[in-house]
Write a protein that binds this ligand. Structure first.
Ligand SMILES: C[S@@+](CC[C@H](N)C(=O)[O-])C[C@H]1O[C@@H](n2cnc3c(N)ncnc32)[C@H](O)[C@@H]1O
Length: 306
């Protein structure tokens, strides 16, 4: 949301002349300029367009969505306690959505947006009405489930997570997007809570925990201290979750159903091998925008006798 360039008397205003020295002062304490601008946008409503105008015409002023003191307080907490700004502000823009986020659910990452694009690509190549039934394994904030529910309004969806806290966020975001009635929310481990629809899932997306346990302790404190380790830690080699998902895929997917997975930057060949060994076909790796193989697609054969 863009900041307003006019104010009623009780609202706090910020001119370009005030903004830049104030911003410099706060960045002197630490942190990244992009993060500060993100905070200014999400908490204060001063987006990139407004900042640009205030740079060109410093005499202009904007109306802030909250007080300068509040923004300063959030920045100080981010720097001193290493709390992710998304948790402090309570929202995270992702694709064309603004998702509610908080401790207990992973903050949705930008690369995961591509998993949705991959699903949409499959849908474009398949007959209208596909998928009739989809699932999101490890739904967390519900980012994938919300995107799928909006993209496939005729389909029935299932969002699975073993964490009650994560499902709380999934529920809040499904509700916010107005799609809660079309998505069953199921608590349990991977395929298990989906048993009643095994063999009927046309499309399954998952961004499982995939960081090798030893590497979790090396993550930036902003991630390591505050984001749920259940969402990050993939076991000794990072592939525990992928092994479980691969093991149940043949039974749970519909004939011809697709599984689309996100994984760590160095796991592509291991994930492809696990999916092929599990009896899936058309196993293909996909790259992220930096050119790293970060996604894999695989399909259940139409006939299991092939
Ligand atoms: C990397 S996060 C992904 C969250 C969300 N889908 C996203 O892309 O931002 C992995 C999710 O898997 C969940 N999870 C971990 N182990 C699980 C299990 N055995 N069964 C179901 N979900 C699990 C975690 O709670 C977490 O929400």
């Amino acid at each position: 949301m863009s900041a307003h360039f006019a104010a009623s008397p009780e609202q706090e205003r910020l001119s370009g002349t005030e903004l830049w020295p104030w911003r410099r002062e706060l960045l002197r304490l630490g942190g990244a300029p992009a993060d500060f601008d993100w905070l200014l946008d999400l908490a204060g409503g001063v987006d990139g367009h407004s900042r640009h105008r205030l740079r060109l015409q410093p005499e202009l002023s904007v109306v802030l969505g909250c007080s300068l003191g509040e923004i300063e307080g959030l920045w100080h907490r981010h720097l001193s306690e290493k709390i992710p700004l998304q948790y402090l502000v309570g929202v995270c823009p992702w694709r064309d959505l603004e998702l509610l986020v908080g401790p207990g659910a992973l903050i949705p990452r930008q690369e995961t947006e591509l998993l949705v694009e991959l699903a949409l690509e499959h849908a474009r190549a398949l007959p209208a009405g596909w998928p009739r039934r989809w699932a999101d394994l490890g739904s967390g904030s519900g980012c994938l489930a919300v995107a799928l529910a909006l993209a496939f309004p005729e389909a029935q969806g299932c969002a699975v997570d073993c964490s009650a806290e994560a499902l709380h966020h999934t529920d809040a975001n499904l509700q916010r997007a107005g799609v809660r009635g079309r998505v069953a929310q199921l608590k349990g481990s991977w395929w298990a809570p989906l048993e009643v629809v095994w063999g009927q899932l046309d499309l399954v997306l998952s961004n499982p925990p995939y960081i090798p346990s030893a590497d979790v302790s090396l993550l930036d404190p902003v991630v390591r201290w505050h984001e749920p380790h259940l969402a990050l830690d993939g076991g000794a080699d990072g592939l525990d979750a992928v092994r479980s998902i691969a093991a149940g895929a043949l039974q749970a997917l519909a004939p011809g159903g697709w599984l689309l997975l996100e994984h760590h930057h160095d796991q592509s060949s291991a994930v492809c091998s696990l999916l092929s060994a599990a009896g899936l076909e058309a196993v293909v790796a996909h790259k992220d925008l930096e050119g790293h193989c970060r996604f894999v697609q695989a399909r259940r054969p139409l006939s299991l006798d092939d």
